[in-house]
Design a protein around this ligand. Structure first.
Ligand code: NAD
Length: 322
């Protein structure tokens, strides 16, 4: 049995991860600041089932506060740390670059320093496909160059990954950096494309499509991602960086059509210029995840979209981020 500290555990990926740990009888401490990037109400709802379990503990606090982080480590002595807390979202990072560096890079530094003082058997860090930037060939593999990120968000994750290696090198902290590729599924952040498209299509409103629709993303189902996190938490490795993607990218145009089909509506599209900071394509080579973690995705895009739409209809509570 493990005691897992999951930062950002009230969020989209975090709440699924906490449920996966609790579901197999591990104890979970969730450290989350309930950042107002999207409404607290949604995060409270994410935690509804977890709060029923006596194996789930919630600490409301900020990973940027070194005292808070130190207190959590010295109180709970986690055997596994899953560090997901971050300012997510590429486009807003162009408006608030300092904030992204502070939370994503310095916040990770705080977590690593506390982990050195109270060593867990594994530290799992949530990185992103964004680190591949604009100069790599597809599909992206872990040995490619990540020195050309195209947004402050991506740069903050490159910096955090670098610190993960540094703290492994200096203090032998066993760290696994997982690079997630566009995650979707129930509880998806309201700012992300699939959530926005479903909401607008159900309201019979046009959707905004940035660029000509030929950009592509490797959409990965959140249940598969939570399984990958648990596999990484369980697998003894020194220091590794591993792609977690579906390895079946869809163009934006294909995504819009697939969402229309899942919702049962004909999409109305308003085409707008491509957004600065967005990557053109993402596509994961997942052979390393298969080899080292014995992990591969199990949920297809169609199944995942159907699951998302079912959840969305049940909750009908996914307001846009203003
Ligand atoms: P999310 O916003 O739903 O979850 C992040 C959580 O972190 C939120 O609950 C938020 O309140 C919390 N948080 C923010 N700042 C904090 C702070 N200073 N201290 C403590 N908690 C704080 O986002 P998500 O989509 O679930 O993303 C989780 C992680 O996965 C992030 O690190 C993100 O960068 C990474 N990631 C996500 C995707 C994706 O497609 N969703 C893709 C690649 C990487």
């Amino acid at each position: 049995m493990a005691l897992a500290l999951v930062t950002g555990g009230a969020g989209f990926i975090g709440s699924h991860t906490c449920e996966a740990f609790v579901g197999r009888d591990d104890e979970v401490v969730c450290l989350d600041s309930f950042h107002d990037y999207y409404p607290r109400e949604l995060k409270e709802r994410n935690l509804e089932q977890l709060r029923l379990s006596d194996r789930f503990h919630l600490v409301e606090g900020d990973v940027c506060n070194a005292t808070t982080v130190e207190e959590v480590f010295s109180r709970y002595h986690p055997s596994v740390v899953v560090h997901l807390a971050a300012r997510a979202g590429v486009r807003p990072s162009l408006q608030e670059p300092e904030e992204y560096l502070r939370v994503n890079t310095e916040g990770t530094l705080n977590m690593l320093r506390a982990a050195v003082q109270h060593p867990p058997r594994r530290f799992v860090f949530a990185s992103s496909s964004s680190v591949y930037g604009c100069r790599n060939s597809l599909p992206y593999s872990e040995d490619q160059d990540i020195t050309h990120p195209v947004s402050p968000y991506a740069a903050s994750k490159v910096g955090a990954e670098a610190l993960c290696f540094t703290y492994h090198h200096l203090y032998q902290l066993p760290v696994t950096c997982l690079r997630f590729f566009t995650v979707f599924g129930p509880r998806q952040r309201p700012d992300l494309a699939i959530n926005t498209f479903v909401r607008l299509m159900l309201a019979a409103q046009p959707i905004q499509m940035f660029g000509d629709g030929s950009s592509s993303r490797d959409y990965t189902f959140v249940g598969d991602v939570a399984r990958a996190i648990l596999a990484a938490a369980d697998t003894e490795l020194d220091f590794e960086t591993i792609n977690i993607g579906n390895s079946h990218p869809l163009t934006l145009r294909e995504l819009v059509a697939a969402v229309g089909q899942a919702v049962g509506k004909e999409p109305r599209i308003e085409q707008l210029p491509a957004q600065p900071g967005d990557m053109l394509h993402t596509y994961a080579d997942i052979s390393k995840a298969k080899r080292l973690l014995g992990w591969e995705p199990q949920v297809s895009m169609e199944e995942g979209l159907a699951e998302f739409v079912r959840w969305h209809r049940e909750t009908a509570l996914s307001p846009a981020v203003s």
